[in-house]
Design a protein around this ligand. Sequence first.
Ligand SMILES: Cc1cc2nc3c(=O)[nH]c(=O)nc-3n(C[C@H](O)[C@H](O)[C@H](O)COP(=O)(O)OP(=O)(O)OC[C@H]3O[C@@H](n4cnc5c(N)ncnc54)[C@H](O)[C@@H]3O)c2cc1C
Length: 404
Amino acid sequence: MTQFSLKLDEDQLQIQKWVHDFAEDVVRPAAHEWDEREEFPWPIVQEAAQIGLYSVDFLMNAMADETGLTLPVAVEELFWGDAGIGMAIMGSGLAAAGIAGNGTPEQVIEWVPQCYGTPGDVKLGAFCVSEPDAGSDVSSLRTRAVYDDATDEWVLNGTKAWITNGGIADVHVVVAAVDPELKGRGQASFVVPPGTKGLSQGQKYLKHGIRASHTAEVVLDDVRVPGSCLLGGREKLEAKLARARERGHSGEKQPAMSTFEATRPTVGAQALGIARAAYEYSLEYAKERKAFGRAIIMNQAIAFKLANMITEIDASRLLIWRAAWLARNGGYVNAEGSMSKYKASEVAVRVTEDAIQILGGYGYTREYPVERWHRDAKIHTIFEGTSEIQQLVIARAISGLRIE
Ligand SMILES: Cc1cc2nc3c(=O)[nH]c(=O)nc-3n(C[C@H](O)[C@H](O)[C@H](O)COP(=O)(O)OP(=O)(O)OC[C@H]3O[C@@H](n4cnc5c(N)ncnc54)[C@H](O)[C@@H]3O)c2cc1C
């Protein structure tokens, strides 16, 4: 087991600076434009690919770090630059995590690199779980996967909602019900390879925040994928289904849930980056802005707000780092991944609102970035498990009871 330490090592410090420099020089200057355009920021993602930040190698190296801290440290810096562009760069990671979490080593080697492509030919991945009638309740998916013995193919039908990179991705990872009666335990994940017939983009959503990130419906109409696209393989699925039918409860988690649990500290780090950006900006502003003949920070009402902001931000980082370390060193005990995501996302919403307050009228306009940061922060209390769902997970973990 690796020692938990708050002191980042040389490699981590270098990565932190490298991502920060990219966020400061490339991402932040582009943030306003892509938020207004509400389009996927291809040139910025291509630039991230050129320097190796948008790449399977970066993701794998960061994930291989035994302290678990490299990824949250890098993600905090990236989202400090901008959350919409940050999501455009990180979105494929969810598909990669879905493949890595459920696939065989051969499937990981085949499909994860295809979620990223190369610096000269950037590709995207999408992780498709949510549906119009199944967001928090992922056990009720209606998308069906039926095996066709004659052709050794799986046939997928259904509609996925709010999918990051949905329809513009090259690789779509789709979670579907194989045996709906078994609810979450009757589900499996499938890779839908690039160019597969029957997969199309439905509506593109116009959003409150992270507007540079593409979010759309994904329609699956008789989508046929080879048997080899079932993540984990047929034998493993059959054994899982048999156990679930026999015992009524296999003890195994549904594929979507295990992917989300693994990525929660990273989502917390996204929110943390936004919160820190807003705190730093409003601290500087409060020192400059004069009212009643003195800098507004000289009023306790403003200074204490800033004191609370940084205290909450640092508390969030400690929870994120603990969760990230635990995830790599023995696993969560009391849903620490959920705690970190829950805390950081709620803090980001509050801190960015406080930042608007500190900037007053300027803060409410699009001339200043704090209103964007507030809009961007809000999604973190909703996706990858709402705040209420995180509380549910924590409550069940601490009580051992099936709290509803
Ligand atoms: C920008 C964006 C990007 C997204 N990207 C993806 C993606 O890439 N892939 C993907 O699969 N999904 C994605 N999602 C979907 C997202 O994960 C869901 O929206 C989220 O899980 C909530 O589901 P829902 O919208 O159906 O809300 P609901 O589940 O309908 O919840 C509505 C409200 O009820 C509360 N609630 C529900 N059940 C309970 C309960 N048992 N106890 C207490 N409160 C409860 C919720 O907390 C929430 O406040 C994305 C969503 C957005 C907006």
